[in-house]
Design a protein around this ligand. Structure first.
Ligand code: VAH
Length: 312
């Protein structure tokens, strides 16, 4: 059985559905700081940094013989930059509690890292799997520390920890909260509802991106990979595409004639974006466990616009 934290978040909500489709609905226990009463297989609410909640969560995990912990509860980059102390406590305290839960249950473990783990001194184009990582954001500090902590739990306690450095993730089920790449999600919602979008990220700002279905497949493929083949664990670079705001706007305009894009740059999120790579290299993931992405910008745009026309 699988225990998910942050099951109501942008990744968690779709990961819960994907894992239930793949492994059976009663084999996935969804938890979050809030309760989702419509979900028969959820437990909690559990606040991942509350000692009593974590103890109760461990008891639930033991009761249901959980053998995999997927930790998605965390704050994203822009929120973390606005509340750095809170972000350190939640992102690192939560990760430690989730790793301790996995250690106690001898469970396999997954948590996402991010392209945000790289900083201004990292090579910006085709950023390698192994390279300098001196991020200048609290979120990046959390992600690098998180990668090291996850490796530590593997080497020290034998916990089968695995992770992915995700690019910006684009989806239509649950909105991201407080990210820097959120513009690439908002643009689709507003293209469908208003026919226009004002981007807070400037023209020419390249960031790696991936459609959520590819991200979910990557998590399942990584967790099912033969551990003997894994020369890396925390965390693999994965990406599907890299684009700047004017490029996603052009693709939307091609498929939604009349769409208009304007710019009102948010200096805080622009500074975060400028500290990240333009494009990362995913060779290690392809070689060690067969990572592949199915969606490029055109195919993702077609699906997002279709799905949002129904949703909105
Ligand atoms: C963020 N969506 O913007 C997240 C992600 C690479 C970006 O880490 O913070």
């Amino acid at each position: 059985r699988i225990l998910i934290t942050g099951a109501l978040g942008q990744i968690g909500s779709e990961l819960t559905m994907k894992l239930r489709e793949t492994y059976g609905s009663d084999n996935v226990i969804a938890t979050d700081i809030k309760m989702n009463d419509s979900d028969a297989c959820s437990s909690g609410p559990f606040e991942i940094v509350n000692v009593t909640d974590v103890k109760n969560m461990v008891d639930v995990a033991k009761k249901y013989k959980v053998d995999t912990v997927m930790h998605l509860a965390a704050l994203l980059s822009a929120t973390a930059e606005a509340k750095p102390v809170f972000a350190w406590n939640l992102n690192m305290g939560g990760l430690m509690n989730a790793l301790e839960t996995a250690r106690e249950l001898n469970a396999q473990f997954f948590t996402p890292s991010s392209i945000g783990a790289f900083g201004p001194s990292t090579p910006k184009d085709d950023t390698p799997q192994d390279t300098i990582m001196r991020p200048t954001t609290m979120y990046g500090v959390n992600k690098v520390a998180g990668e090291l902590l996850s490796d530590y739990y593997f080497h020290k306690f034998g916990v089968d920890t695995r992770g992915l450095r995700f690019p910006g993730l684009i989806s239509y089920v649950a909105l991201p909260g407080g990210g820097t790449t959120d513009y690439a999600v908002e643009i689709y919602y507003e293209a469908v509802s208003k026919g226009k979008y004002t981007s807070y990220i400037d023209k020419g700002t390249y960031m790696d991106m991936m459609y959520m279905p590819d991200a979910l497949n990557a998590i399942v493929d990584l967790m099912e990979a033969d551990p003997v083949k894994l020369r890396h664990r925390n965390a693999f670079n994965v990406t599907a595409m890299s684009f700047a705001p004017e490029e996603i706007a052009a693709e939307i305009a091609k498929q939604l004639p009349g769409f208009e894009m304007t710019y009102e740059v948010d200096p805080v999120r622009q500074q975060i974006a400028d500290s990240w790579p333009n494009s990362i290299d995913a060779t290690a993931a392809k070689e060690e466990w067969g990572f592949k992405a199915e969606y490029d910008l055109a195919k993702m745009t077609k699906d997002m616009l279709e799905k949002l026309r129904h949703k909105l």
